[in-house]
Design a protein around this ligand. Structure first.
Ligand SMILES: Nc1nc2c(c(=O)[nH]1)N[C@H]1C(S)=C(S)[C@@H](COP(=O)(O)OP(=O)(O)OC[C@H]3O[C@@H](n4cnc5c(N)ncnc54)[C@H](O)[C@@H]3O)O[C@H]1N2
Ligand code: MOO
Length: 403
C-alpha cells in the first residue's frame, strides 16, 4: 500500500464515527466529565422560597423611609429555621443570609445600616428599598425547567447544578471501551526485571492515559509476544468483551516480526489504510472487525503518541459523543526550518510567548521517534506540511497542543 495523506487517512478513520449506543446511571460524584444521556429537568424550585441575600432585618420598606423611626424586633429567621409568623407595620425580623423572608416583609435592611437599640428595638440608619436583597422563589430555576440539555458534558458546575436540581444520580452515555495491547518479545512491564536486549513497555501507559482522558474506558491488555496466535487471541478477547476500539502498539512495520497486519488479515479484517505520509507515525493502520474498530499504532514511543494524538484521540472523542474540535492553532516559528519532503512532520516543540499576542513554537533539536524524554517535555507538535518550503523564524505556522 502506498502512503496516504494525513487528511485522507483521517477521513477514512472517522467514517461513521458517532456516539455509541448505551447509557449508565452514575452517582453524581462519579459523573464529572461524562456526557448526559438526556435532558435533566429540575425536580425542585431553587430557591423554593423568597430568601434573604444578606444578614440584617426583614421589614416593610415603607417603615424605613426617610423618617427612620425605630421598629419592633419580633423574631428571627435563620437559614434552615424560618420565622413562623407574619410581619406587621412597624415590625422587623432579624434575618440571616439564605433564610426565608417572613410574610409581610418586602425588603432587607443590611445590619451595617441598622442600630440595634435593644433586644426588641432596631433603628434603621438608611431608608430600605422594596425588593432589595431578596432572592425571589425560583430565581435560579423552577421545577420542570431544563437544567442541562442531553449531550452536555458534565463540568464541575453542571454537577453542582444537577445536585441542586435534586439528582443524587444521573444517566450518562456509556464510554467507548478501548483495549490497548503492547506487542513485542523485547517488552517487560515497568518494575519487572529487564533482561539483556529487553526494554520497558511505555507506550501503553501513555496511550491508556490519553484515551481515558478523552472519555474512554481504557482496558490495558498488557503485553503480547511477537506471536500471531497470541496477538490473535487478544483480538478475539476484545471482540468477546465488546470492545469498541482495539489498539495495538508495535509490530506495525515491515519487519519479519511485525505481525499485527498479518493477524488482522488472517481474521479477515479489511484494513481501511496502512501507512500514512507522516513523520513520526508512518506505519499507522486502521480497520474494522465487525462492530469493533482496530487501530494499529507504530511501536516507536513518539510515533505511537503522535499517531494516537492525531487519530485515536479524535476517534475516541467521536465515539464518546464529544463534538469535533479543531486541533490546529496558529503561531509563529521560533527557529528556521528546512524544506519538507512528502511526509507531514509533527515536530516536538516548546510553546512560548513574547510580548506579541501570537505564541512562538520552537522545535527541539532532536526529533528521533524513540525519544520519550523529548516527547514528554514537548508542549506542542509543530506541523510542517508535506513539501513545505524552507521557512524563517517569525514565519506563521500551525501546531497541536499536547496534554
Ligand atoms: N525497513 C523499514 N523499517 C522500518 C520502517 C519502514 O518503513 N521500513 N518504518 C520505521 C518506522 S517509521 C517506525 S515508526 C518503526 C515502527 O515499527 P513497528 O510499529 O513495527 O514497531 P516495532 O518494530 O515493534 O518497535 C519499534 C521500536 O519501538 C519499541 N517499542 C515497541 N513497542 C513499545 C512499547 N509498547 N513501549 C515502548 N517501546 C516500544 C521497540 O522496542 C522498537 O525499539 O519501524 C521502522 N522500521
Ligand atoms: O515515522 Mo516512524 O513513526 O519514523 O518513527
Amino acid at each position: 500500500m502506498s502512503l496516504l495523506s494525513v487528511d485522507a487517512a483521517f477521513a477514512l478513520l472517522m467514517e461513521g464515527a458517532a456516539a455509541i449506543e448505551g447509557t449508565e446511571s452514575l452517582a453524581l460524584h462519579d459523573a464529572h466529565g461524562r456526557i448526559l444521556a438526556a435532558d435533566l429537568v429540575a425536580l425542585r424550585t431553587q430557591p423554593a422560597f423568597a430568601a434573604s441575600a444578606m444578614d440584617g432585618y426583614a421589614l416593610r420598606a415603607a417603615d424605613a423611609d426617610a423618617t427612620l423611626v425605630p421598629l419592633s424586633v419580633i423574631g428571627e429567621s435563620a437559614a434552615g429555621r424560618a420565622f413562623n409568623g407574619s410581619l406587621g407595620p412597624g415590625e422587623a425580623v432579624r434575618i440571616f443570609t439564605g433564610a426565608p423572608v417572613p410574610a409581610g416583609a418586602d425588603a432587607i435592611l443590611i445590619q451595617e445600616n441598622a442600630d440595634r437599640l435593644s433586644p426588641d428595638k432596631v433603628l434603621p440608619l438608611e431608608p430600605a428599598v422594596t425588593g432589595r436583597h431578596i432572592r425571589k422563589a425560583g430565581a435560579d430555576f423552577s421545577a420542570g425547567d431544563v437544567l442541562l440539555e442531553g449531550s452536555t458534558r458534565l463540568t464541575a458546575g453542571a454537577v453542582a447544578l444537577a445536585a441542586s436540581g435534586g439528582y443524587p444520580r444521573v444517566t450518562v452515555r456509556r464510554r467507548p471501551r478501548v483495549a490497548i495491547l503492547a506487542t513485542g518479545d523485547e517488552l517487560v512491564l515497568p518494575g519487572e526485571s529487564v533482561g539483556p536486549s529487553q526494554i520497558v513497555a511505555s507506550n501503553s501507559y501513555g496511550v491508556t492515559a490519553m484515551v481515558a482522558a478523552t472519555g474512554a474506558e481504557a482496558l490495558d491488555y498488557g503485553i503480547a509476544h511477537d506471536d500471531a496466535e497470541e496477538i490473535g487471541g487478544f483480538l478475539d478477547r476484545a471482540r468477546a468483551e465488546n470492545v469498541d476500539i482495539f489498539v495495538t502498539i508495535g509490530g506495525a512495520s515491515v519487519g519479519d516480526h511485525d505481525l499485527v497486519g498479518q493477524v488482522f488479515a488472517s481474521r479477515g479484517v479489511a484494513l481501511d489504510f496502512w501507512k500514512v505520509a507522516m513523520r513520526p507515525g508512518k506505519p499507522l493502520m486502521a480497520g474494522r472487525f465487525g462492530p469493533m474498530r482496530l487501530v494499529g499504532l507504530p511501536g516507536n514511543p513518539a510515533s505511537s503518541m503522535v499517531a494516537a494524538t492525531l487519530f485515536l484521540k479524535p476517534l475516541v472523542a467521536a465515539l464518546a459523543g464529544f463534538p469535533r474540535i479543531p486541533i490546529y492553532r496558529d503561531a509563529v516559528l521560533g527557529a528556521d526550518m528546512p524544506e519538507n519532503d512528502l511526509r507531514a512532520d509533527f515536530i516536538r516543540a516548546r510553546l512560548g510567548h513574547s510580548h506579541a499576542v501570537t505564541p512562538i513554537v520552537t522545535p527541539f533539536g532532536r526529533q528521533d521517534s524513540s525519544l520519550l524524554s523529548i516527547y514528554a517535555h514537548a508542549d506542542v507538535l509543530l506541523l510542517r506540511e508535506p513539501f513545505a518550503p524552507a521557512a524563517k523564524a517569525g514565519d506563521p505556522c500551525r501546531y497541536i497542543v499536547l496534554d
